[in-house]
Design a protein around this ligand. Structure first.
Ligand code: DC
Length: 236
């Protein structure tokens, strides 16, 4: 999968990349966005690509286990992340699907298509093209291990499954959705297991990643820790 690593690294090494990997609910989405904004860097939400693919496949009536058709679709999708203000706008074929790809159904579809090697390969170059000046913050599961192995700074955020389920419940309640804590916790455990046990690019920290457990940290405290960590790894 990394056969082209040499070329790739040679072409874009000058553009700094910070990778932030970890399971859902670790806080990585929020802090990655904040960090990108703070540094004036581009932002890659790689999970959104898998979510978009699952959503687009379902919209076309395709099965989520049809690996070759999904890989072909991954290469063709017209996806844009407009950098025009707040929020999570994501355009698929020109339609704003930012909300609909955040549903639990889209998340579980994403986790299924993300386990398919041909899909991951098809999305690899697409993700690397986000590495543009003045720099990139890349949020995902395999940013530091597979997509940007030469990143300037690699962070792996974790939190206990219980704490992540609590955060997810609060987010859903804010959106007016009633959910049972036990159901959310069970869903998180299933997804963790699938993401960590798949044969290709499983969820695990890169050897040179800095591990940060956010179970006891809120967002401002996590940001503070990240600034300290990055001070020693990146030029200001
Ligand atoms: O971060 P998220 O919840 O939006 O990710 C959705 C799914 O996509 C998640 O189950 C794991 C998968 N994913 C992945 O396999 N690799 C990535 N780089 C990002 C997400």
């Amino acid at each position: 999968m990394l056969a082209n690593k040499g070329n790739y690294a040679g072409m874009s090494k000058a553009v700094p990349v910070i990778t932030i990997d970890g399971p859902s609910g670790s806080g990585k989405g929020t802090v990655s966005r904040l960090l990108a904004r703070e540094r004036g860097f581009h932002f890659l939400d790689s999970g959104a690509l898998y979510r978009l693919l699952a959503y687009a496949a379902q919209r076309r009536g395709m099965g989520l286990d049809n690996e070759s058709a999904l890989a072909a679709l991954a290469g063709e999708l017209d996806i844009r992340f407009p950098a025009d203000g707040e929020g999570d706008r994501v355009l698929l074929d020109g339609d704003d699907v930012g909300e609909v790809i955040r549903t639990e159904a889209a998340g579980s579809g994403a986790s299924r298509v993300a386990a398919l090697p041909a899909v991951r390969q098809a999305l690899l170059d697409r993700q690397r093209r986000f590495r543009l000046n003045p720099g990139l913050v890349a949020d995902g599961r395999d940013m530091g291990t597979v997509v940007f192995p030469d990143a300037d700074a690699k962070i792996f955020l974790t939190a206990s499954a219980g704490e992540r389920a609590r955060r997810r419940c609060n987010q859903l309640k804010e959106k007016g959705k009633l959910v049972e804590f036990e159901d959310v916790l069970a869903d998180i455990k299933v997804r963790d297991e699938r993401d960590a046990s798949r044969s290709v690019a499983p969820l695990r920290p890169a050897q040179d990643a800095y591990l940060l457990d956010t179970s006891e940290l809120d967002i401002p405290a996590t940001m503070e820790r990240l600034r300290e960590i990055l001070k020693n790894r990146l030029n200001p």
